[in-house]
Every structure is written in C-alpha cells, then in structure tokens.
Design a protein around this ligand. Sequence first.
Ligand SMILES: [Fe+2]
Ligand SMILES: [Fe+2]
Length: 259
Amino acid sequence: MKILFIGDIFGKYGRQVIFDYLPSLKDEFEIDVCISNGENVAQGRGITEKTSRKLFEAGIDIFTSGNHLWDQRDSISFLETEKRILKPLNYPEKALGNNYLIHYTANKQKLAVVCLIGQAFMGPANSPFETIDKFLPELRKKTNNILVDIHAEATAEKRAMGFYLDGRVSAVIGTHTHIQTADEEILPQGTAYITDVGMTGPHDSVIGIKKNIILERMVTGMPTRYEVSSEGLQINAIFINIDDKTGRAVEIQRIKRKV
Ligand SMILES: [Fe+2]
Ligand SMILES: [Fe+2]
C-alpha cells in the first residue's frame, strides 16, 4: 500500500499548493491513500467544513490534527460529525471528535489512522503511550496496517514513540514543528519513522506566520495580530510503501519541494 502523508497544510496558500500540485504528486508515487495534518488549514488555525471539503475534493482522504483542531469555534459541531477528521486520541474522552478511522482504498486494502498528541510543552492530555496501548488491540483486530501521527513539540518524545511502536504499527509520523527533519528511516522491527514531516505552505515565515510580525512580538514582548505568510511555498510530505500482508514498511522517502 502506497501512502502519502502531507505535512500540516497552512492557510490559504498551503491549500492552493495542494490544489495545484497534489494530483501530479499522487500520480508520480501511484498513491493509494493520502493523509494530511489539518490543524492549520483555516487561516493557520483550525479547520472548517468549507476548507476541508475542498481539500477532500482535491484528493486528501483523511485529516489528522493537533493542538489547533478546535480553534475555529464555529466548526466544532462539524468536527463532531466528520469522521475523516481525527482528534488526538489521548485528549480527554469527553473531547468531541473521532478517535480513529479505518480507511478502505480503491483496491479494498485497509488502513487504520490514529493521531496522538505529545505531553511536553503542550496542553493537558493523557499519556500517548498508555492510550495507544489501550487502542492497539482493537485496531489490530481490524488490520495490520496502522499509521500513527505523533503531534508533539519535543524530538525525544517523538523518537521514543517511534521505538515504542516499532513492529506494532506500520508508520509513526511526527508533526507540529512545521520544520521537516532529515531522519526518515525504517526502524529495526519494520516501522517507518520520521521525527517531523514539516509543513505545506509558506516557509519564508516563522512556522507559517509573516516573519516580521513574529519578530516584532518576540523582540518587543508586545502582542501582535498574526497574518498568514505567502512567501516561500513548499510541499513537505513523506511517501511510505507498506507490505499490506504484514503491515511492515518496505520503503520511506522524504519529499520537500519548492513550488
Ligand atoms: Fe501545525
Ligand atoms: Fe500543532
């Protein structure tokens, strides 16, 4: 099974990159299923019905998410009902949203997709390690093909999750920092891993926001109004090929393209 995981799509320029370049990228890698982190789709913060609908139409099958999932207040009821947008599994049980998705490809292959959030420098969440342990037996009854997005700030937490799940899931893909790391590999027991897949959108920025605005805030300590940057557009993604009989990864390739 050939999987494309696209780094956080940031604001309207990130969305435009997807509209313009996703079809050819999917053709190039003969993709069966396409996943992206959607927490920054709408103005850099959150995801709405309208923005997600257009991206589904453009070829994204599933959105994982993170700390910005509910930033668009008007979209909360929509997020409760849209099964293709996942909340972090280890957020409190009462938090609204879908815990995981079993996706069927056109060839009737199954892929389970899950999102976890880190605990270091993030808001309150249950242990991602204990939570995935609770859910894995349920997922593995349905399929061996399992992809986990670990949305976390700390490199060590993501790296540790990679080793914790090595051999138990097909891929552990880090998100949240928006800066792609060059450490993609297949871990010893067959799990594809990268610490951070990066961001799709404006890279001549501070993680998506106009750099002069962030600089003013950091230098003066005074509040500023964030604006999405349009500069330095890139697609950041990861290609993974898994043997869908065993669920083990056989190939991982990092994608970082200026557009
Ligand atoms: Fe993000
Ligand atoms: Fe995030």
